[in-house]
Design a protein. Structure first.
Length: 297
């Protein structure tokens, strides 16, 4: 029996991973910042560690005795000092605990665009985490780089309803947008943790589908009864203003604009195209059913 520590609470990725690890007979501790998740975690057969990953003492205690850890830096929608600074702080708490407990196996949820290290908004901190983990001695690190989450497309619902468009500050070039479903990510995470057959430092991309934004608009708009809704590429300033008006923290909004600009230039997905993985099972048409359900709510 192995002991695993899973960060990310019971999110779309972590929950199915926890289920598979418990079903395989392993000891699993789930790190969550929400005390109301404790009963659900325990009901799955896992141990709840409730606290903040911004608290180094908590992270140190939660990682005690782990044979392997799954790392994800949870979102912080109101980061003091900026998004990168928050991500760097959490990274160092993870690193200190890994060193202190001499943990030998780490799976990191990173992202497409992390190869840039800078210039990709919210991904910059993941690139930083990758770099610091790679410098650890005697630790096997598997970096997973999924692409654009399908779930990010839920932000298009109000655009369709209120403006009869879909769009972002990318989409006018010929490059397809690489899409990933969290179910496909969870499958790779669980397999990586159960096998623990990675050595040294390795990187794996995860993708479910590759579709042009115009195709995305075509499929999703048809699914909600508004066929023909176009994809519109916004200017960076307009995209930023829209996010700020919706209430996003300026650091978050600016980060997303930078990420979108990186997708538009081709820089964010450039390394993905050099190392394309086999695509997962969840295609855009499959996600369209989830999108339609969210649209109707």
């Amino acid at each position: 029996m192995m002991k695993y520590v899973i960060t990310g609470s019971l999110g779309h990725i972590s929950k199915p991973v926890v289920k598979k690890l418990v079903a395989a007979g392993h000891s699993v501790t789930v790190v969550s910042s929400h005390s109301d998740r404790a009963k659900e975690i325990q009901a799955l057969g896992a141990t709840a560690a409730v606290g903040s990953v911004e608290d180094p003492a908590f992270v140190h205690a939660a990682f005690t005795g782990a044979d392997a850890v799954y790392l994800m830096i949870p979102p912080n929608w109101t980061p003091e000092g900026g998004w990168l600074q928050y991500q760097q702080k959490v990274t160092h708490h993870f690193l200190d605990a890994i060193r202190a407990h001499q943990i030998k196996n780490v799976v990191l949820l990173s992202s497409v665009g992390a190869h840039l290290r800078t210039g990709a908004g919210p991904v910059d901190g993941l690139g930083y985490c990758e770099e610091k983990l790679a410098a650890l001695s005697g630790v096997n690190v598997k970096v997973l780089r999924p692409s654009y989450f399908y779930y990010n497309l839920f932000s298009m619902v109000p655009l369709i309803k209120n403006m009869n468009i879909m769009g972002s500050n990318f989409g006018s070039t010929d490059e397809k947008l690489v899409l990933t479903h969290t179910d496909d990510i969870a499958d790779v995470v669980a397999e990586s943790l159960l096998k623990l057959d990675f050595q040294g430092h390795s990187i794996e991309y995860i993708a479910s589908d590759e579709r042009h934004p115009k195709e995305i608009a075509q499929v999703l708009s048809a699914a909600v009864g508004k066929a023909g809704t176009p994809w519109v590429e916004f200017k960076d300033a307009d995209a930023l203003n829209g996010m700020l008006q919706s209430g996003l923290h300026p650091a978050i909004a600016n980060g997303y604009v930078e990420l979108g600009a990186g997708i538009r230039s081709g820089a964010v997905q450039a390394d993905y195209w050099k190392h394309r993985p086999a695509l997962g099972k969840k295609k855009l048409e499959d996600f369209a059913h989830e999108f339609a359900a969210a649209y109707q709510q």
